[in-house]
Structures are given as structure tokens and as C-alpha cells.
Design a protein around this ligand. Structure first.
Ligand code: ADP
Length: 598
């Protein structure tokens, strides 16, 4: 029970209790006086009844009179239980139901008798010396026909009896009051509860809202002021819930953007502490949020020039952008943008740092310019040869027929090479820019390999090279047939080119990774030769564009240095892998692994 409810209950109980007490006392007083009144009326009536039976007719001596009236008094007392006294007009007591008249003094001066003589009826309440208790007296004068007072009749009642009946009156009153009081208490409590309960509910809801529980609502109460307050609280919490949902939605969106953006975002607050770091920034800087958040930017173990840049931005209060080489966690080039964050009311509230990893972009740019340089260089050589021999011919070599023919043959060969070179460059750039779509279809391998070999058979025979193949029957692969052929012919022609006369070039196709049904999911194509091999130091680079182990030999074999890099691209377009194993003087083995189904 709350303090307020207890207080309210107490106040209500006190109010009801006090008014009941006042009403009770008043009622008791009224009851008491009406009780005494009715007693007195009864006594008067009894006195008149007794008087009407002609009490004063008896004649005789004093002693006789006393005897007679005393007997009379006793008789009447037996009937009424009230003390009866006969007093003669001169005040002498002639009879008494409780006392001997001889021992009683003159009663004319008794207040009730005096009042009776004066007003016709007299009442008093006083302590009786004779009976030693409080008594209520009532007396009337008894008159004859001539209206002469013959004497007085007096009856008295022990007040103990009156008190007893008043006490029982009080007893009923008090017990009634007590019951009423309990009922009042219960009613007060219910009333207080009725008033305070909605307030308590509202307080609870308000507390829950403070604790971010916006779903909490005040139950619908009556339509009075308390009910309206409840409704107002409900509307407030609804609006808060809506606003909070919007804020959370925005926060989620912002969080989503921050988490998924490629750029690294870092924020530094007024106190120069790092207060925000998105996952990209973590990856770029090689530090986790836990390591950096809350740290001062200059204590965050960052590269010196980066820290310096932030400091400069804070000092200048101006945006700064720069490209910077980072060496941790890996060597990278970063494009860094710093801008001070300013709000209208404040000078500045921090620095926003945006980091872009432009290593790949720069590397690509470098590769592109290198490629252009390589291409120019590669093109220059055959053109220089064509130009040189043509010049020599023009200068007069034309006259020597034999020389002229050999020169023209060189010019033809070089232009042929130029043609191949341009063809390869175009092919490579097409593949690299991913402009050509893949055209997958099932390829029946035994037939396909056989046909590819037959293209090169002539060339092999020229060098007396044994060309052989091993393919299991009923082997299929899903592939772009033209590109798969390009791969195989390129590798086989390299094998033939870099193998001495009388050597061997072999092609083997074998299934790989059979599944539960016994079907293969991948297959391996191996092109091996017994040629000169590739030195170990060159192995990692042979798939690079224009890379040749021995320029002179490659040139004499008509190579462009682009064949393997085209092969590698084509294999990757088939989601396969290619690797090379080689030993100088023993031979070379290119191993391709391809998935069967796309
Ligand atoms: P090229 O047109 O010069 O053959 P490739 O890209 O096809 O260019 O090959 C790159 C280089 O790899 C070749 O110049 C050669 O030195 C080496 N190479 C390729 N295949 C073989 C092989 N089967 N045996 C020995 N060396 C090879």
C-alpha cells in the first residue's frame, strides 16, 4: 500500500469516525434524557393512580395512621417495586415502604415536596441518606374535594437502575459504533484504493517509460479527470514509442550503411578521442574497435604521418585530403579525407576521417601503364625488323635475289608475328574486360581431344615429337568448347615449341572427386612434355603477361609471351585452377582442374 493511499484511508476513517462519534454522543444524550423523561412520566402516572384510590380517607391516631400507611406502602411496593412514601400536609411521614416513619424527619422541606406543593409535581435526583444511594424522586400533592392539600405522595426509584439501563444503551451504541467504524474503515480503504489505484498504475507506466519500455500502457479507466490523465499518458507513451521506433530505425539504417560501406569511417570527438570505427576502418587500420575506441587519437599507436595529419586538421579546422602509404597490417596505399565536424551552436565537435584503400586501383593503374609500355616495346621489335629489312632492300639488296628472298621471308615472318601479337593482345584485353560471354555446352572429351591434337599433329611431326593422349571413354565436361580448345592448343603448342626434336608431348584427362553415385565432379587435364623445363625462379612468373624465360628462344619459336596468361584467364573463367610443375632438362607439366558441371 502506498503512502498516499494510507494517508487517504486514514483521513477518510478519521472523518467518518469523528462524525459518527459526534452523532453517537448526541444520540446517546437524547436517548438518555428521553429515557429519564419517560421514567418521570411513568412515576407521575403511578402517583396519580395511587392518589385516585382515596388514600387520605383513613382516620385515627398518629400511631394508627403510621401503621396503616406503612402497611399500604409495603403492599404497593410489592406491586410496583418502587419505594413509596406517604407525607402528611404538615410534613410528617406517615408511611414508607423502605423505612420506619418514626425515624424519619419532617419532609416538608424536601425539594420534591416543596416543588409538588408549588407546581403540583416535583422531581429531584439526590443521594438518599436513608437508602445510601442516588435516587430519583417524584412527588404530587393529594387534595380533597375542596382542593385542600391533605398530604403528599412520593415514589422514588434507585438511580442505579436508571444508570444500568443507560449503560446498556451506551453499550449498544458503542458496539454499533464499533461495527460501523470497521465498515467505515473498509469502505474508506476501498474508496482510497479507487482513487489511488489509477494513480499508482500511471506512476508505474511512467517509470516503465523511463526504463525504455514504451509498450507499457495505463488500462482504460473511467471518463473522469483521472481517466483523461491516463489517456494523456497513453498518448504520450504512444508518441514516444513512435519517435523511438523512428530513431531506432534511423540508427539501424545508419549502422547498416556504416557496417557495409567499403570506405573506412573513423570519428574523433571534441576530447580528441576515437569514438567511432566501422568494420572497414578496422580492416584498413588493422586494429579492432575495442583497441581504439575511447583512446586519444595520438595514443592509438597509429602511423606517425597519419597522426600528424589528424592533428593538422584539428589545428587548422579545415578539411584535408591526402594519399598515404601504410605499412601495417600490410603495405597499402590509402586515400585519406579529414574534415572537422561543426554544429551551428558549437565551434566544432570532432573530426570525421574517411579512409579509402586505393592499393588495387593504383596497382591496376601501374599494371596498365606497364602493359602499355610492354605492348609498345613488343610491337616495336617486329616493326623495327620489317622497317630495317625493307630499307636494306630498297637500298639495293633487291638486286641480289637470294638475299632479297631471305629478307622478304624475314619481313613476312615478322609481320606474321606482329599479327599474332596484336591478335593475342586483343584477345587478352577482351578476356580481361570480361566482354565475351561464356557459352557452356556439354563437350564429349575423347572426340574433342582427338580433334585438338590433330590440329598440331603436323607441327609435331616436323620436330619428330610423339604426340599422345589418354582419355577414358564416355567422359564429358560442360564447358565453352572454343575456349577449352584454345587452352589445350596453347599448352600443347608450348609443349611442342619448348621440346627438342624426338621428345614427347602427352595429354591426359582423368576424373577427380567422384561423388556417392560414382560420378566425377571435377576432372584433371595434364599436358606434359619431355622438354627443356622451366627454371625454379621463373615458375611463379610464367603466367604473367609478356613473361618469357628466354626471350631469344621464345622469339625463335614465334611466342608472344601472352599464351599462358590467356590460358590462365580462360581456366579461371571455367572456375578451374592451373598450376605448373617443371624440372630443367627433364620436362614440364601443366595441371588444370575443372568442375564438370556449371
Ligand atoms: P610464349 O608465347 O613465349 O610461349 P607463354 O605465355 O605461352 O609465352 O609462355 C611463357 C613462357 O613460359 C615461355 O616464354 C617459356 O619460356 C615458358 N614455357 C611455357 N611453356 C613451356 C614448356 N612447356 N616448357 C618450357 N617452358 C615453357
Amino acid at each position: 500500500m502506498t503512502k498516499f493511499r494510507a494517508k487517504l484511508t486514514l483521513i477518510l476513517i478519521l472523518l467518518i469516525g469523528c462524525s459518527m462519534l459526534v452523532a453517537g454522543i448526541f444520540m446517546a444524550k437524547v436517548l438518555e434524557s428521553s429515557h429519564v423523561n419517560s421514567l418521570q412520566e411513568n412515576m407521575e402516572r403511578e402517583l396519580h393512580v395511587i392518589a385516585s384510590s382515596g388514600v387520605w380517607d383513613y382516620q385515627g391516631t398518629d400511631a394508627e395512621l403510621i401503621k396503616y400507611y406503612t402497611a399500604q406502602a409495603h403492599r404497593l411496593k410489592d406491586a410496583t417495586t418502587e419505594r413509596l412514601t406517604y407525607v402528611r400536609a404538615d410534613g410528617k411521614v406517615l408511611g414508607d415502604s423502605d423505612q420506619l416513619p418514626e425515624q424519619m424527619d419532617n419532609h416538608l422541606t424536601r425539594p420534591e415536596i416543596a416543588a409538588a406543593a408549588k407546581d403540583g409535581i416535583g422531581y429531584t435526583t439526590r443521594y438518599s441518606d436513608t437508602l445510601k444511594e442516588n435516587m430519583l424522586y417524584a412527588a404530587i400533592p393529594v387534595k380533597n374535594e375542596a382542593k385542600v392539600t391533605m398530604g403528599y405522595l412520593r415514589i422514588s426509584l434507585s438511580l442505579a437502575q436508571v444508570d444500568k439501563s443507560i449503560r446498556s444503551l451506551w453499550y449498544f451504541l458503542v458496539s454499533g459504533l464499533a461495527i460501523l467504524f470497521v465498515i467505515a474503515g473498509i469502505v474508506s480503504y476501498r474508496i482510497a484504493k479507487g482513487i489511488t489505484r489509477p494513480i499508482e498504475r500511471m506512476t508505474k507506466v511512467a517509470q516503465q517509460i523511463t526504463n525504455l519500455n514504451y509498450e507499457s500502457r495505463v488500462p482504460a479507466y473511467r471518463n473522469d479527470e483521472v481517466g483523461q490523465l491516463g489517456q494523456a499518458i497513453n498518448r504520450m507513451s504512444e508518441s514516444l514509442q513512435g519517435q523511438m521506433a523512428r530513431i531506432q530505425e534511423n540508427e539501424r539504417r545508419l549502422q547498416g550503411v556504416m557496417e557495409n560501406m567499403m570506405s573506412g569511417i573513423m570519428m574523433i570527438d571534441r576530447e580528441e578521442r576515437i569514438m567511432l570505427l566501422n568494420p572497414s576502418a578496422e580492416a584498413i587500420l588493422g586494429f579492432s574497435s575495442q583497441e581504439l575506441l575511447g583512446k586519444k587519437y595520438n595514443e592509438a599507436k597509429q602511423q606517425y604521418d597519419f597522426t600528424k595529419m589528424i592533428q593538422e586538421c584539428i589545428e587548422l579546422q579545415e578539411p584535408i585530403s591526402d594519399e598515404m602509404m601504410f605499412y601495417y597490417p600490410a603495405e597499402r596505399i590509402l586515400d585519406i579525407h579529414l574534415s572537422p565536424i561543426a554544429h551551428e551552436d558549437e565551434e566544432w565537435s570532432g573530426v570525421l576521417i574517411v579512409l579509402h584503400d586505393i592499393t588495387a586501383v593504383r596497382r591496376l593503374e601501374r599494371m596498365r601503364s606497364e602493359f602499355v609500355a610492354n605492348v609498345s616495346h613488343e610491337l616495336k621489335t617486329p616493326i623495327a625488323a620489317v622497317k630495317g629489312f625493307a630499307e636494306t632492300l630498297l637500298a639495293g639488296a633487291l638486286n641480289d635475289k637470294e638475299t632479297a628472298v631471305s629478307f622478304l621471308q624475314i619481313i613476312f615472318d615478322e609481320s606474321e608475328r606482329l599479327n599474332r601479337l596484336i591478335g593475342d593482345i586483343l584477345e587478352l584485353s577482351k578476356i580481361e574486360s570480361k566482354r565475351i560471354p561464356m557459352n557452356f555446352s556439354p563437350v564429349y572429351l575423347p572426340e574433342f581431344v582427338d580433334r585438338s591434337l590433330s590440329v598440331l599433329r603436323k607441327e609435331a611431326e616436323k620436330k619428330h615429337i610423339e604426340l599422345s593422349m589418354t582419355v577414358e571413354d564416355d567422359m564429358y565436361i560442360e564447358a565453352d568448347e572454343d575456349r577449352l580448345r584454345q587452352i589445350i592448343i596453347n599448352l600443347l603448342s608450348n609443349g611442342i615449341a619448348y621440346t627438342q626434336d624426338g621428345g614427347k608431348v602427352r595429354l591426359r584427362v582423368e576424373p577427380l572427386e567422384t561423388n556417392a553415385d560414382g560420378d566425377y565432379e571435377r576432372l584433371r587435364i595434364i599436358v606434359s612434355d619431355t622438354g627443356m623445363g622451366i627454371p625454379k625462379k621463373d615458375l611463379p612468373r610464367i603466367f604473367e603477361r609478356f613473361y618469357r624465360v628466354d626471350k631469344a628462344r621464345s622469339r625463335s619459336s614465334g611466342g608472344t609471351g601472352l599464351g599462358l596468361s590467356i590460358v590462365k584467364h580462360l581456366v579461371e573463367m571455367h572456375k578451374g585452377t592451373i598450376r605448373v610443375e617443371s624440372e630443367v632438362g627433364v620436362g614440364t607439366k601443366f595441371i588444370i582442374e575443372l568442375p564438370v558441371i556449371h
